[in-house]
Design a protein around this ligand. Structure first.
Ligand code: NAD
Ligand code: DAU
Length: 353
């Protein structure tokens, strides 16, 4: 390849939460790349997430659906991509319980469409890499002790995690069968700016602002390992550039919180931010019916990416939460825009309000 021809990198799901941070990072750091953001703009995808970079000369947005094989094949035929970072997915566990097929369509069928199109690209460009972004939920649930490592057996429990596990298996199978170069990373729970307010942290921040109930599922003793989204984007950058082909990397924050303790922490931080008397927001905590098949605990052992690629989280949880809370305060219009329309109906049904 000529030195001055920019590399073409396709990022799917770039209008979503994590994807938008990855797109911004690549567009601003790599002027020698042209970044294509391929996104269907579902309820979770929003171009407002990328307003600051949309005029960049090394950025192109492509509206399209990864389940549409003709569209995908045509896009790949018109552009000889050098790499693909695949984030597009249905990502919310509660939705997967209501509509599993939507998850099979996008997460499994959509991924296989991308794999098929990539095979042709790989024939013409041996340097091509298929980098698949996955989740720690494929490993199932931990008890009180232990961590997920890259060797932990897959044991998914929700339709969401089953669909992600299936897509991981397909990626690996294309690597084995057709020698398609790939990498997979499995990350823990992300939080930060631009997260759709159906997930725990943004939902609770926004409900506290609006004095609405904070629905804690079951007894609240479920544990998650939280990572600031920009640290995940940094890990994705490192893995894409320096990861070993055919390998898996676990990414996590070594930052476990029981949901109820996290809810109380958010209430304390928000009371300060809103000049409310200490203890005010905690009164909003409401225990509600448990999520069916609720995984007890996730915790990632991130020592492989730490030792091999030198990655570690750059912000503490306190710093990350502060940045996140401030972002939601400063972006009320974004919030209004993303929560109007279809989402409002979903929210009312989900929480019976
Ligand atoms: P998100 O729901 O915020 O964004 C998903 C994006 O994909 C949206 O922009 C949406 O429009 C797009 N999309 C959905 N279906 C599509 C389709 N059929 N065709 C094209 N685009 C489509 O998701 P997120 O939280 O940013 O997660 C991104 C990826 O990271 C997912 O693959 C998810 O499984 C994985 N992941 C998420 C987390 C987390 O905590 N959020 C943790 C680990 C891994
Ligand atoms: O672990 C990585 C996964 O983290 C990602 O793959 C998923 O895309 C992402 O959505 C997230 O899944 P979780 O189910 O862990 O995230 P969620 O924010 O939905 O829930 C976090 C915890 O909080 C979980 O134990 C369920 C609980 N919960 C969630 C909501 C929305 C509540 O108690 N009340 C709520 O209203």
């Amino acid at each position: 390849m000529k030195k001055n021809v920019p590399k073409k990198i396709l990022i799917t799901g770039g209008a979503g939460f994590i994807g938008s941070h990855v797109v911004r990072r690549f567009v601003t750091r790599y002027s020698n790349y042209h970044i294509f953001n391929f996104d269907a703009l579902t309820y979770a995808g929003n171009l407002e997430n990328l307003k600051d970079i949309e005029q960049s000369t090394n950025y192109t947005f492509v509206k399209g659906d990864i389940t549409d094989a003709d569209f995908v094949n045509d896009l790949f035929a018109r552009n000889r991509f050098d790499g693909l970072i695949h984030l597009a997915a249905e990502s919310h566990v509660d939705r997967s319980i209501v509509d599993p097929l939507a998850f099979v369509r996008t997460n499994v069928f959509g991924t296989v469409n991308l794999l098929n199109a990539s095979l042709q690209t790989f024939k013409e460009n041996a340097g091509f890499l298929f980098y698949h972004i996955s989740t720690d939920e494929v490993y199932g649930s931990l008890g009180k002790e232990g961590f997920f490592t890259e060797k932990t057996a897959y044991d998914p429990n929700s339709p969401y995690s089953a669909s992600k596990a299936s897509s991981d298996h397909f990626v690996r199978a294309y690597g084995e069968t057709y020698k398609l170069p790939y990498i997979i990373s499995n990350c823990s729970n992300n939080y930060g700016p631009n997260q759709f307010p159906e997930k725990l942290i943004p939902l609770f921040i926004n409900n506290i602002i609006q004095n609405k109930a904070l629905p804690v599922y079951g007894d609240g003793n479920y544990t998650r390992d939280w990572l600031f989204v920009k640290d995940h984007a940094k890990a994705i950058d490192l893995i894409f550039h320096q990861g070993k082909k055919g390998e898996t990397y676990n990414v996590g924050g070594f930052n476990e919180w029981k949901n109820i303790e996290l809810a109380r922490l958010l209430c304390r931080l928000m009371d300060k931010k809103l000049d409310r008397e200490a203890g005010t927001s905690e009164k909003l905590i409401t225990f509600v019916k448990d999520r069916p098949g609720h995984d007890l605990r996730y915790a990632i052992d991130a020592s492989k990416i730490n030792q091999e690629l030198g990655w570690e989280p750059s912000v503490t949880f306190e710093e990350g939460l502060e940045l996140t809370i401030d972002w939601y305060f400063d972006n009320k219009e974004w919030l209004n825009n993303v929560t109007s329309g279809d989402y409002l109906e979903y929210y009312k049904k989900q929480y019976q309000v």
